[in-house]
Design a protein around this ligand. Structure first.
Ligand SMILES: [Zn+2]
Length: 105
């Protein structure tokens, strides 16, 4: 098992990485094969998971603040890159998004 999570990976990738590790650990605990070294690794992974969740929460709050500011400025719903209207479906799915579907790719 790798003992670090790439901090530059997209949030979804980090979350999947953490969840995969937790599933693996759960299996190891059930099999009662956790060594002291594994326990330290588990502590590190759990610390990284906590940090990843905190960063994601902070990032999400910043995105919501930015969306509220864009509403005040009358820019909400328009792509920050190309200026096109962002589709309602996309805004319902990602209310704080600042990019249209095309610019997000
Ligand atoms: Zn765009």
């Amino acid at each position: 098992m790798r003992d670090t999570i790439d901090p530059n990976a997209p949030f979804d990738a980090r979350l999947n990485d953490v969840l995969g590790r937790l599933r693996q650990m759960e299996g190891d605990f059930q099999a009662d094969i956790v060594s002291a070294a594994d326990a330290k690794l588990i502590d590190r992974v759990l610390d990284q998971a906590r940090i990843a969740v905190e960063q994601a929460s902070e990032q999400h709050l910043r995105q919501i603040d930015a969306a509220l500011a864009r509403m005040v400025d009358g820019e909400y719903g328009y792509c920050a890159n190309c200026g096109a209207a962002i589709g309602v479906e996309r805004l319902e799915r990602l209310p704080a998004t600042i990019l249209c579907e095309r610019c997000c790719r």
